[in-house]
Design a protein around this ligand. Structure first.
Ligand code: SME
Length: 201
């Protein structure tokens, strides 16, 4: 099957069935590949394209307008060729913009204690899904796109025998208020866990 066909969405799926379908498609798409950049690029594309193809999300003014990842800076590859400014983006405690679909977005999210703010930082620090029905009512929300009205952010957590490691977050934005529901929270959390276990970190 051509890779692009994995984003085909059969009609008539309710949200639970939709997320199960996307999970299965993503599982197949990530098989045999463990590079996180490659896998997160395909994951953001598959989620975004699938949402746009689903009747509950795809309508113009209700559409999901951004889907992507912010990853803890130490996980990014060390440059092979150094440059005077090349470490600038990796300094301090921060998440850096990873693979995504949608318009350009903030390059980093500060997670330094006392300076952290925003939905992504909260989901990352507390390792909890944050569902935001109205971004303007969320204290500290960072507006990468003034058109965004609601948001959901899932933490990416690598579970270990001794400790869990926070890797980053999966972030989705929507043009409508109340764009995401508890069903989306469950579906996206499973997908976030799939992405984590499908990659080498
Ligand atoms: N709104 C996020 C920032 C990332 S963008 O939505 C892509 C936040 O408050 O952390």
């Amino acid at each position: 099957m051509p890779h692009a066909d994995s984003a085909f969405i059969p009609s008539g799926l309710n949200k639970t069935q939709f997320w199960e379908h996307v999970y299965d498609q993503l599982s197949a798409l990530l098989e045999g590949q463990r590079d996180w950049v490659t896998n997160l690029a395909n994951a953001s594309s598959l989620i975004y394209s699938s949402l746009l193809a689903h009747e509950a999300f795809g309508d113009g003014d209700k559409a999901v307008n951004w889907c992507g990842f912010y990853i803890d800076s130490p996980f990014f590859p060390t440059p092979r060729v150094s440059h005077p400014t090349s470490t600038e983006g990796a300094a301090g405690q921060r998440l850096l913009l990873g693979p995504f679909c949608g318009k350009p977005a903030c390059q980093f999210i500060n997670t330094t204690p006392g300076k952290a703010r925003g939905v992504c930082a909260d989901a990352y620090i507390h390792r909890k899904v944050v569902l935001v029905p109205d971004v303007e009512a969320y204290p500290g929300h960072i507006a990468c796109d003034g058109d965004t009205k609601s948001e959901i952010v899932c933490p990416l957590t690598l579970r270990g025998d001794r400790e869990d490691i926070s890797l980053g977050v999966l972030d989705l934005d929507c043009l409508a208020l109340n764009g995401f529901t508890e069903e989306d929270k469950i579906g996206l959390s499973r997908i976030a866990d799939l992405v984590v276990t499908a990659c080498d970190w």
